[in-house]
Design a protein. Sequence first.
Length: 419
Amino acid sequence: MEPIIWEWINLVARWVHVITAIAWIGSSFYFVALDLSLKKREDLPKGAGGEAWQIHGGGFYNMVKYLVAPDRLPKELTWFKWEAYSTWISGFFLLCVLYYRGADLFLIDPQVSPFSPKEAIAISVISLALGWLAYDLLCKSPLGDSDVKLAAAGFLVLVAAAYGFAQVFSGRGAMLQMGALIGTMMVANVFFLIIPNQRKVVDALIAGQTPDPKLGRQAKQRSLHNNYLTLPVLFLMLSNHYPLAFGSHWAWVMTALVLVMGGVIRHFFNSRHAGKVTPWWTWAAAAACMAAIIWLSSLPPPREHEVATATKPWISTQPEASVQAAAADPKPVSFAQVTDVVVSRCSMCHSTMPGWEGINEAPRGVLLDSPEEIRRHASLIRLQAVLTHAMPPANVSQITPEERDLLGRWTADPDQAVQ
C-alpha cells in the first residue's frame, strides 16, 4: 500500500506545482509585457509614468502605472506574491518526495562522486541558500548599477554552479538542482526584495511620506531578472524526462546554452511589447544554441572504466569474462547474451513485479523481463543505456562498459543478433 500512497503524493504534488507555476509565470509575463507597453500622454494623473489600453473578455481595460506611488492608497490593493510562494513550496516538496527520498536512484551517481545520499541532500539544500546569497550580493554590488554587467556576472556564476553540480550529482540530479537553484533565486527575489520594497512604499504613503523611488527601481530590476530566467528554469525542470539532455557528459554546457537561448527569446518578446525594433536575430541565436545542444547530446558518453582509471578510484568496473569476450568479438552478438544483460541489469525495475523497493510498477510501463519485450523496446534501450548512460539510474545494477558495448552492437541492428 505504501508505494501506491507515495505515487499519489508524487502525482498530486506535481499537479499542484504545475498549476501554481502557470499562475506565477502568467502573471509575471503579463506584468512585464504591460510595463513595457505603457505609453505617456499629457493628461496622465500626477506621478503616473504611462498607461495602456487593452481589450479582453468583452471589455476594455485602462491601466495606469505610477512611477513611485499614487497620492493616496485605494481601498483595495491586490498583491501578487502567493503564486511565487506556492510554486516554490510545492516544488521543494516535490524535490523532497522524488530526489531526496530517492536520492540513491536519482540524486547521486557513484560514477560521478562518492557522496552518500545524506551528504548529497545536505549539499543540495545548502547550495540553494548559498546560490541566492551570491546572486543577491551581486545585485547589491556596484555591478548592479549596470544591467549588462550584472547579467554577464550572473551568467558566469550560474555556469560555474552548473559545472560544480555536474561533479557532485547524477546528470538528472545536476540539471534539476540547477532548476531548483534558479527557481529559489526567483522566489527569493519576490520574498526578500520585491514584496518588502512594495510594503515600504505602502507604509510611507500611510505615514504621509514620499516613498523612495529607489525601492521601485530595485523591485523592477529583480522582476525583470525573473522574467528572463523563466524559460531556462522550465527547460531544466523538464530535462529530467529526457536522457539526451541530463544523460550527456556536457549537460553543464547545455545549461549555459539554455540560459542564452531562453534569454534571447524573452528579449524578442520584451522588445516587441516595448514597441522597439523587432530583434529578429534572436531567433537565429536561439536556433544556434538549440543546434549546439543537439550536437552535444550526440557525442558519445565517456566509458566508465576510463573515467574511473583517470579520476574516480572509488569506481569498480570489472566485467564478466564472457561479456568482455563478447564485446570484443566482431561476430554478431547472441540475443541470448543481450537477454542476459537486460534481465540482470534492468528487470529489477522493468518487470511485471519490480523488485526495487519503492517501485510499484515498471517505470513508464516499460517491461524488459521477456525476450519479446526486450526486442520491442530496442530503440529505448539504445537511447537510455547506450547513447546515454541514463539507465540504470546511478548505475545501481552496475552495468559495465562492455555490457553497454554489447547492447550498442545489438541495438544498432536488432535483426542481426544470432538466436
